[in-house]
Write a protein that binds this ligand. Structure first.
Ligand SMILES: CCCCCCCCCCCCCCCC(=O)SCCNC(=O)CCNC(=O)[C@H](O)C(C)(C)COP(=O)(O)OP(=O)(O)OC[C@H]1O[C@@H](n2cnc3c(N)ncnc32)[C@H](O)[C@@H]1OP(=O)(O)O
Length: 147
């Protein structure tokens, strides 16, 4: 049974002018794409199968990510169904010079494991195993319930 921490993936994108909108901050569509890709990687690492996005939950953009900052995104699996995998996604802007981060967006996404015919296939259960894993999972479950 895979653990929450085994599914934990963190990635950074350096925000370049070609990622920006006309206001000089990251275009929201780019942030959504990066979130979706990282979530799919986490789900696939967990399931050991191809995973496709079934749902991206409500995404609130709380702060912009200026060009020159880094978009820091983290993803981990916190719950499962028969064939579906729930992934918590959190985005922060990171100042490269200071390492300071501020939360900018978040989502609770659902991926579904599929076979070669794109039919859903079963996934294992996820286990917390460690205190940190349990904290991450519990916060995600609480956050999802309180949306
Ligand atoms: C070999 C193939 C290559 C594939 C190639 C892709 C390659 C991936 C590479 C990675 C790259 C990354 C990039 C980002 C990831 C994309 O971009 S994926 C592309 C965007 N997503 C899609 O195209 C998916 C389109 N939708 C579908 O194919 C089907 O609706 C799905 C999601 C497979 C579900 O199939 P279905 O026949 O409706 O299945 P159904 O039995 O009703 O439900 C199965 C499960 O899905 C859940 N579910 C279905 N719809 C929803 C929903 N809207 N909300 C929540 N749960 C849902 C059900 O609750 C159920 O859960 P369990 O109770 O089993 O846990």
């Amino acid at each position: 049974m895979p653990t929450v921490l085994e599914t934990y993936i963190e990635n950074r994108w350096m925000v370049q002018p070609n990622h920006s909108n006309h206001l000089g901050s990251t275009h929201g569509g780019n942030v959504l794409k990066w979130m979706d890709e990282l979530g799919a990687m986490s789900a696939m690492r967990f399931a050991g199968e191809t995973c496709v996005t079934a749902r991206m939950d409500q995404v609130n953009f709380k702060r912009p990510i200026p060009v020159g900052d880094t978009a820091l995104i983290e993803a981990f699996v916190y719950d499962t169904g028969e064939t579906s995998v729930k992934v918590r996604l959190r985005v922060a802007r990171e100042n490269l010079r200071t390492g300071e981060t501020e939360s900018t967006a978040e989502s609770y996404s659902v991926y579904v494991a599929v076979d070669e015919d794109r039919d859903p296939v079963p996934v294992p259960d996820v286990t917390a195993e460690t205190d940190r894993g349990e904290r991450l999972r519990q916060r995600a479950l609480d956050g999802e319930a309180n949306r």
